[in-house]
Design a protein around this ligand. Structure first.
Ligand SMILES: Nc1nc2c(ncn2[C@@H]2O[C@H](COP(=O)(O)OP(=O)(O)O)[C@@H](O)[C@H]2O)c(=O)[nH]1
Ligand SMILES: [Mg+2]
Length: 218
């Protein structure tokens, strides 16, 4: 490919990320004005993002007025799972985009009356790469991986762990049957981002879900 075309692609990409960052800052400001705490959950398909959100809302839906935004390429399966717990949801289908971006969230803010909401959970599109570049303007980002993804999943995806505040290593109920070194996974995450809070969980048994709740809703 000629050099000029390559540089044009890079410029476009940088513009896209800068625009996303600016809009994310606007989202952050508006959510703060509305006194809404917000969390962006990222991670691969099948890591347990929806299951973790379900186990959190089961615990706290009486204390908080929660809205869950579910991002997926297609279907509203996840939103339906969340709504079974009596929590309001908005399903965003991105079509072919592999991450939500701050424009999606700005549209939620613009089109939905958030005055009744004090906690916003966003389940990002299942992907360990794309969301790294696209912050949404939330207070926290939680990256969820599971032990069934193999013990190298963290060191292979450093950018997502750098852009997160909390790392969840899920499905620890399967530790007896999956041959992985959990301590090494924790060490990998700490090495990539020493500021990360790391919590090992089971959405199935509820193990350490209260610690996760404390961490994200301080
Ligand atoms: N054993 C076990 N299964 C889990 C756990 N969390 C989620 N799952 C299962 O893993 C599958 C994917 O979970 P889901 O929440 O849909 O993942 P998502 O794609 O990240 O939202 C489902 O069959 C869940 O029941 C867990 O902690 N332990
Ligand atoms: Mg899901």
């Amino acid at each position: 490919m000629p050099e000029r075309e390559t540089s044009r692609i890079i410029e476009l990409n940088e513009d896209l990320i800068a625009n996303n960052d600016n809009l994310a800052e606007q989202n952050r400001k508006i959510l703060k004005e509305l006194k809404i705490k917000s969390v962006d959950f990222v991670g691969a398909i099948g890591a347990g993002k929806t299951a973790i959100i379900e186990s959190i809302v089961k615990e706290i839906s009486k204390e908080y007025r929660i809205l869950v935004v579910n991002g997926d390429v297609t279907t509203r399966v996840d939103a339906d799972r969340i709504e079974k717990h009596g929590v309001n949801t908005i399903q965003i289908n991105t079509g072919r985009e592999c991450a939500l971006n701050s424009y999606h969230i700005s549209q939620v803010i613009k089109n939905y009356d958030l005055h009744q909401t004090n906690l916003l959970f966003i389940e990002n599109v299942g992907n360990l790469i794309c969301p790294s570049d696209f912050i949404l303007g939330t207070d926290k980002r939680v990256v969820i991986v599971s032990i069934t993804e193999g013990e190298w999943v963290i060191k292979k995806h450093p950018l997502l762990f750098k852009s997160s505040d909390v790392a969840v290593i899920n499905k620890i109920d399967l530790l007896d049957v999956i041959d992985i070194n959990l301590e090494e996974m924790v060490a990998d995450a700490k090495k990539i981002n020493p500021n990360l809070k790391i919590i090992t969980t089971s959405a199935l048994t509820g193990e350490n879900i209260p610690q996760l709740i404390n961490e994200i809703i301080e």
